[in-house]
Design a protein around this ligand. Structure first.
Ligand code: NAD
Length: 484
């Protein structure tokens, strides 16, 4: 079975910051793979736009290097790369000065989908948006793609929204959260809303709690000074973990339509209670395993920024009253893994004498590695030894279940860029969603800043600070193991 690839309309995609890290690691290799898959039509053009003085040939060389470096060897097709490069151009422009913009105007065509990817620092968004309009390059049909971080608090996110809104309508703005482009995340919606099996149980009456974990093994070395201004709450929880929480907790939208889905996500964020200080644990990794500590990497011995956070929150609505959501994310942890675990309650009555083997049903949605889902159920332990219970997984690893089709699954950036060209905003954050998430996060951050809370140290390669274990233990629950 081979997945169906439907070509998108012809487009001109301008990548501001086309020589930057994100463009080289994700955007350009992603476009190359969509080109090879036949999704990008032969009359589409990718235009790198950045400050460096390069010509088309010089940029193509850079793109070729990036594609080779960031494409798995078995997926690299050299002839395909040569054909892809014929669609790549370069214009030198500076968002801060006027040079280069008239040239860009000559290159960008009329009559095709026009998309402008702002893969640059957010401080440039306003100037890029304004110049695209002043020079008559963008029109009412054009789309812009903006990257995280979308603000560092509610005030700055509002200011960014206002700047973009001066030149573009909300329907033209695509705020990327690459977690939403992951196959499993969309599958979560399919599993919830295309089956009758789960939805009747999807409520506080049957769900004990939900755990969302995004664990990384890397530290912040190399970009510590930058990360230190952000921390795990701003960098991960306010956006990625919040989006996952929304997809788990939202009501069924009336249709799989961008605004219908985003309306339901927004209602979840607005229903979140304020998080109590006792329900938050922040951590910083210590030195170990031959690596430096967080404070060494951040170059600030007094840094109070967290490289780890765990918190418990509540969605105060009819469906979820009483079911806690535990979120945790951190760096330098035991394994690189992202998962959502929906832990069900015990059956109301035990009819088996030997229930020692009993464990709760858990639906695990794995985002990485090995994207897939696993539902643990109780069965009878095989053999003649009476009625003993045993927990077994019903495992649906996509790679096994779908074979070759799963191998062709586009990565998050590929899918999201194609969605921009198609004009489908379902998997992008709306301005009001981002603001609501900051309105929830701001008081939490302000609280620990006002109290002067210091993060707790944790060993590299561990599961995080001791207090994070206690956050669960005191509720009579435990975190799932962090493992690949
Ligand atoms: P980078 O520093 O590697 O690249 C920045 C790019 O912007 C370069 O191409 C540079 O030439 C261009 N640029 C800088 N000033 C300019 C100006 N005045 N006019 C025109 N172009 C200019 O940055 P990056 O890591 O590629 O990140 C780009 C954006 O994406 C940032 O907002 C970042 O927060 C976001 N982001 C990056 C990653 C990542 O993995 N790198 C992940 C998520 C989000």
């Amino acid at each position: 079975m081979v997945s169906r690839v439907i070509p998108v309309d012809p487009f001109d995609l301008v990548i501001f910051g086309g020589t930057g890290d994100l463009a080289r690691r994700k955007i350009l290799p992603g476009l190359y793979r969509r080109f090879l898959a036949g999704q990008m039509t032969d009359d589409s053009v990718i235009i790198g736009a950045a400050r460096s003085e390069l010509d088309d040939e010089g940029y193509r060389e850079m793109v070729a290097k990036a594609v080779i470096e960031f494409t798995p060897k078995d997926k690299l097709d050299r002839d395909g790369l040569t054909r892809f490069l014929a669609h790549v151009r370069y214009i030198s422009v500076d968002g801060k000065v006027s040079g280069g913009w008239e040239k860009l105007k000559e290159v960008v065509r009329q009559g095709v989908v026009k998309a402008f990817y702002f893969s640059v620092a957010p401080s440039l968004f306003g100037e890029l948006a304004e110049k695209l309009h002043r020079h008559g390059i963008a029109d009412a049909e054009s789309r812009i793609v903006v990257e995280k971080p979308f603000g560092r608090d509610l005030a700055s996110a509002r200011a960014l929204n206002r700047v973009l809104a001066d030149h573009f309508a909300e329907e033209q703005i695509y705020r990327i959260d690459h977690y939403l482009g992951k196959e499993t995340v969309q599958n979560l919606m399919a599993v919830r809303f295309a089956n009758i099996l789960f939805e009747p149980l999807w409520k506080a009456e049957y769900i004990d709690h939900v755990q969302i974990t995004v664990a990384e093994t890397v530290g912040v070395d190399g970009r510590g000074a930058y990360y230190d201004k952000s921390g795990a709450m701003r960098d991960m929880v306010q956006n990625h973990l919040m989006q996952l929480l929304c997809l788990i907790a939202m009501e069924p939208p009336y249709h799989f339509d961008p605004n219908a889905v985003r309306d339901e996500k927004l209602k979840v964020i607005r229903a979140l209670d304020a998080v109590q200080p006792d329900d938050i644990v922040r951590g910083q990794y210590l030195a170990g395993n031959g690596q430096g500590s967080y404070v060494e990497h951040s170059e600030d011995p007094n840094s109070r920024t967290e490289s780890y956070i765990a918190l418990k929150c509540h969605v105060s609505n009819w469906r979820w009253k009483g079911t806690p959501f535990y979120l945790r994310t951190g760096k330098r942890l035991r394994a690189r893994t992202s998962e959502i675990a929906v832990v069900f309650k015990e059956p109301p009555h035990t009819l088996f004498d030997d229930a020692t083997g009993w464990r709760e049903n858990v639906l695990v949605i794995r985002l990485q590695p090995n994207e897939g889902m696993e539902l643990s159920v109780m069965i009878k332990e095989p053999g003649p030894g009476g009625m003993r219970l045993k927990q077994v997984p019903l495992d649906m690893a996509f790679a096994t279940a779908l074979g070759a089709e799963a191998a062709d699954v586009p990565d998050a950036y590929e899918r999201l860029i194609m969605d921009v060209i198609r004009g489908n905003q379902t998997l992008f954050m709306r301005g009001d969603e981002v603001e609501a998430a900051w309105a929830w996060a701001d008081p939490i951050i302000q609280g620990w800043e006002a109290r002067g809370d210091k993060p707790q140290g944790y060993d590299p390669g561990s599961s995080g600070p001791e207090d994070a274990l206690m956050l669960m233990h005191r509720d009579g629950r435990r975190w799932r193991d962090i493992r690949e």
